[in-house]
Design a protein around this ligand. Structure first.
Ligand code: NAD
Length: 292
């Protein structure tokens, strides 16, 4: 098992900033990298805002917030992750992007460093094969929003060694989260079950069975879900939802995973949900307004 003190994070979006947040609160030194300095700054500003909310809610003390923030440093270049004991890649859900990152990152990493991916759906074994450390490569799949959600799925690739698995498990334990182990099949456990439901909700909208509001209200009050499926899709990001459906469709070759054409259309329009200001709801005003 490796001793982890410094955690590098690639991608400072919704998930990367959340992982930086919980890692820093747990006492790890964090190095946060993204494509551009402004994205890293935005990620750190998000962490700051979310920590302030935790302080206001009595979940974090002001001095712990300050100390945690001080543990997060921007990493303007991938080379700046050279000292990390664990690097978690949380970049866009696109296999070619992830492979390019690993090709640039692996040569700068310490040979003993563990490389993890937060992918929601892509094969860990296949991603590992594009690195120089398949035995020290693992899926550490956080849920959104990271500071709130308790679960982390751990996914071993075919070559992942026990030391890497135990180190990842200990890391998640120190974050005060619960692990569940999934075999390496498309979309693992949570998204294998969740995304087909979201896709079906989008088909329900596409076929005119109900409006956005009707579908979300039906599932909130009729199935006791805390969020409607379309609200949840916007929260996850419609590009991420589409990528996961494509991975399920391609990986399991079953037409039941066919992404709904309406989901494709929203993504093509750049209506990616909350993060872009518009998806199944429009978030640009004071209250979210359904877009259909
Ligand atoms: P996001 O769009 O909020 O963030 C992605 C970030 O990756 C962006 O900041 C982007 O600039 C950065 N990026 C893109 N190419 C890069 C590169 N070459 N080098 C460095 N950074 C790069 O997406 P997200 O929701 O944070 O998702 C990130 C990962 O986490 C994906 O693999 C996704 O499947 C997974 N994930 C998402 C959720 C969710 O609910 N959104 C939940 C669990 C896991």
């Amino acid at each position: 098992m490796s001793q982890i003190e410094t955690v590098g994070i690639v991608g400072a979006g919704q998930m990367g900033s959340g992982i930086a947040h919980v890692s820093a609160v747990a006492g790890y030194k964090v190095l946060l990298y993204d494509l551009a300095a402004d994205r890293i700054e935005k990620g750190i500003a998000t962490v700051n805002g979310n920590m302030a909310r935790q302080v206001a809610g009595g979940k974090l003390t002001e001095s712990d917030r300050k100390a945690a923030l001080e543990r997060i440093s921007p990493a303007p270049a991938l080379q700046d992750l050279a000292d990390a004991d664990l690097v978690i890649e949380a970049a866009t859900e696109d296999e070619s992007i992830k492979r390019k990152i690993y090709a640039q990152l692996c040569p700068v990493l310490n040979p003993t460093a563990i490389l993890a991916t937060n992918t929601s759906s892509i094969s860990i074994t296949r991603l590992a094969s594009s690195t120089d450390r398949a035995e020290r490569f693992i899926g550490i799949h956080f849920m959104n929003p990271v500071p709130i959600m308790k679960l982390v799925e751990l996914v071993r690739g075919i070559a992942t060694d026990n030391g890497t698995f135990e180190s990842a498990k200990e890391f998640v334990r120190r974050l005060d989260k619960t692990t569940t182990v999934s075999e390496d099949f498309p979309a693992f456990i949570v998204n294998r079950i969740l995304l087909p439901m979201i896709n079906e909700a989008i088909y329900t909208l596409y076929e005119g069975v109900g409006t956005v509001e009707a579908i979300d209200t039906a599932m909130k009050l009729g199935a006791n879900h805390p969020m409607g499926p379309l609200q949840l899709a916007d929260f996850i990001g419609l590009d991420t939802c589409l990528s996961i459906m494509q991975v399920l469709h391609d990986g399991l070759s079953d037409t039941k995973y066919r992404p709904c054409p309406l989901l494709v259309k929203y993504v093509e329009a750049g209506w990616l949900g909350r993060k872009s200001g518009r998806g199944f709801y429009d978030y640009r005003g004071e209250h979210p307004v359904p877009t259909r």
